[in-house]
Design a protein around this ligand. Structure first.
Ligand code: SF4
Ligand code: SF4
Length: 215
């Protein structure tokens, strides 16, 4: 986690409130009451995405979490982590479609939030690395045009996330080209709930760093 925005965000939120859980995880309190700390989900993940909280890490000990900047969730179609869970702390019911088939696109591990004050596309440079990394490109994240405030006429193309479709997999955060990720997955209740009430997301500052006619 880095950049002025995220530093502020982390300061405002206890680290454990920013923990991302595997697909199908029940709401945090319920999850903590249901997860028996067996680690079967972690063992089942073929990408080593999941880790178990341990002493010295701000995650309840023995509970699974992931850090997308390090290793995102690759959204396995057969969702082995959730299938391995013996207590339904990872709830398969949340991950099934109307016909009862597993559908990993129903995962809601978090939601990606763009820090437009750090995103280079919002400074007028060409970049869509996060958009191209998304398996739900066009739905969960898309490129939108914003008026260039300097020239008033040239459009800038910036990434925009639609929380209704974002799974929180973090493939975008993993792919972001800036040194500190300019798109970060946050727990949904933080990004969409409490954050909305108590933490003002930074207003996009679409000031380009290079003249628009050189873009
Ligand atoms: S869906 Fe696949 S990649 Fe994602 S956490 Fe589960 S097992 Fe790992
Ligand atoms: S976290 Fe990023 S890559 Fe994953 S679904 Fe959401 S916008 Fe797409």
């Amino acid at each position: 986690v880095g950049g002025a925005f995220w530093a502020g965000f982390v300061h405002e939120n206890a680290q454990e409130e920013l923990v991302l859980r595997p697909p199908g995880a029940r709401p945090e309190e319920e999850f903590l009451a249901t997860c028996i700390r067996c680690g079967l989900c972690v063992e089942a993940c073929p990408y080593d995405t999941l880790e178990l909280g341990t002493y010295g890490v701000d995650v309840p000990v023995g509970t699974p979490y992931f850090e997308p900047r390090k290793t995102p969730c690759y959204l396995c179609e057969d969702i082995p982590c959730a299938v391995a869970c013996p207590t339904s702390a990872l709830d398969l019911a949340q991950l099934k479609d109307e016909s009862g088939e597993l559908d990993v696109s129903r995962s809601r591990m978090g939601v990606a939030v763009v820090d437009y004050n750090n995103c280079i596309a919002a400074k007028g440079l060409r970049c869509d690395a996060c958009v191209r990394a998304c398996p739900y490109m066009g739905d969960a994240i898309f490129v939108d045009s914003r008026r260039n405030p300097r020239t008033g006429k040239h459009a800038m193309l910036v990434p925009v996330v639609d929380a209704d479709y974002c799974t929180g997999c973090g493939l975008c955060e993993h792919a972001c080209v800036t040194e500190e990720a300019s798109i970060l997955v946050l727990p949904r209740e933080v990004a969409l709930g409490r954050a909305g009430e108590h933490y003002e997301l930074p207003a996009p500052d679409f000031t380009p760093e290079v003249p628009a006619d050189e873009i």
